[in-house]
Write a protein that binds this ligand. Structure first.
Ligand code: HOZ
Length: 444
């Protein structure tokens, strides 16, 4: 595999772009080597500028749940762009996407669009504080809620990957109201509420944390979070930027049967264009300006082209369910071979194959999976939180990453990111991936 053209472009990029990239984890620094440059993506594949083809499990970090360049999304984007790329005044597509989200996610009665998941998380924190008139926010170590100042404390994703989970440039005063607790430890949450009576505005959590690899909530954990927040007059905020419309039609909250007060979305909701959103109970959402005192705004929020892509993606994922006359959407598990059943099927095939590959190679691997999200940790111990994730052998991960890349399989270039499967992946893709993993694992 040659990367001459990518290397040349990266050398040029380094001259004009800090680190040569517009988002740090893309730089490959956690795994060594240099990033490749992509100029085409279709279905489950991406092609780099040197003509190499990869089966893609990064999927633009989650959004491409239908695979790359889905024809319905491309058609919707083209049609919307023909009518104008931005109006800065209400457009009908905003209403359509908002109505779809409210139907698909019952905890969301009203929704405000943003242009990224980071913005959604930034605004949701302000809203929670404004609504409760309390200042403190609980977050969990290893969870990442975008590059929001007050939440860049023990953060996951690139912040963790590059060893700056508490970013430089964030004044200590900006994070003094952020309480950071270990995930999956409900006693720690109870203790925090005990020590900060009537001061905690809300608890923000990735219901299935996907920014320190991937680990799942222990049975009863999310239910307990719901109970403790409610008992203390605090809001439960689900950051579903990764899990929304991915782990089920109604996100992790549908999959685990929890009703948060507020939720943040991004990635899948934009069909590959920049869209984020925050939503929740109407009485809380109405605290946002212009009706309420909590200010929030955005020039490109509700952008018609981005809305068109999001509508097409959710329509394709949900079938006619979004538009049903009675407005009721059956939970995904009650529907037969739909997108989510397909993703589950592909996910379990990958999980079984990867576990087999590790077992026969004699390499200790924890293959964590939830629906179409996954992560392989190189440790013999189960991974339930950041401390467990940190036990993974990262040198082994690097070799695994490059071994897979050489086999034409593109995984996230960091131990602390999740992998994603799309409906465009095939059984043959999974089989090829598992066979490659079996070969690579024997070399670790
Ligand atoms: N925040 C993304 C990973 N959790 C990375 C985004 C990117 O580098 O494009």
């Amino acid at each position: 595999m040659t990367h001459a053209k990518s290397d040349q472009l990266f050398a040029e990029a380094l001259k004009y772009i800090p680190g040569g990239v517009n988002s740090p984890v893309r730089a490959f620094r956690a795994v060594g080597g240099q990033p490749f440059f992509v100029n085409k993506a279709k279905g489950s594949r991406v092609w780099d500028v040197d003509g190499n083809e990869y089966i893609d499990y990064v999927l633009t970090w989650g959004p491409a749940i239908l695979g790359h360049a889905h024809p319905k999304i491309i058609a919707a984007v083209k049609a919307a762009a023909e009518d104008g790329t931005s109006f800065g005044i209400p457009n009908p597509r905003e209403v359509t996407l908002a109505r779809m989200i409210c139907k698909l996610v019952p905890s969301v009665q009203k929704v405000r669009m943003t242009s990224s998941g980071t913005e959604a998380c930034m605004s949701v924190i302000r809203l929670a504080r404004g609504f409760t008139r309390r200042d403190k926010i609980v977050k969990f170590d290893g969870c990442y809620h975008g590059h929001v100042d007050s939440l860049l404390v023990k953060a996951g994703s690139g912040a963790l990957t590059f060893g700056h989970p508490d970013s430089a440039g964030v004044p200590a005063a900006f994070t003094q109201h952020t309480l950071v607790l270990p995930y999956n430890d409900i006693d720690a949450v109870k203790a925090a509420f005990g020590a900060n009576k009537d001061q905690i505005a809300g608890v923000i959590v990735e219901p299935v944390p996907g920014n320190a690899g991937l680990y799942l909530p222990k049975p009863g954990y999310l239910e307990s979070l719901r109970g403790v927040t409610r008992a203390n007059g605090a809001l439960l905020i689900f950051d579903e930027v990764m899990t929304g419309f991915r782990l089920a039609r109604g996100g992790a909250q549908e999959r685990f049967g929890i009703t948060p007060d507020l939720s943040c979305f991004g990635k899948v909701i934009g069909g590959g264009l920049p869209v984020g959103a925050l939503g929740g109970r109407a009485e809380i959402m109405d605290y946002l300006a212009p009706g309420g005192p909590v200010y929030q705004a955005g020039t490109l929020s509700g952008n018609p082209v981005a809305m068109a892509a999001g509508i097409a993606a959710l329509e394709e994922l949900s079938g006619r369910a979004c538009e049903s006359a009675d407005g009721k959407v059956p939970p995904s598990h009650e529907r037969s071979q739909d997108s989510y059943a397909r993703l589950e099927q592909l996910g379990s095939l990958l999980e079984a194959g990867m576990r087999d590959a590790a077992r026969s190679a004699g390499v200790p691997v924890q293959f964590n999976r939830c629906g179409s999200m996954f992560c392989a940790y190189f440790t013999g111990d189960p991974v339930h939180n950041l401390a467990d994730a940190m036990k993974s052998d990262r040198d082994r991960f690097k070799k695994y990453f490059h071994g897979m890349l050489n086999e034409g399989i593109y995984l996230a270039p960091s131990q602390f990111e999740a992998g994603f499967i799309s409906t465009a992946h095939s059984e043959a893709d999974i089989e090829k991936t598992v066979k490659a993993a079996a070969r690579v694992m024997r070399t670790l």
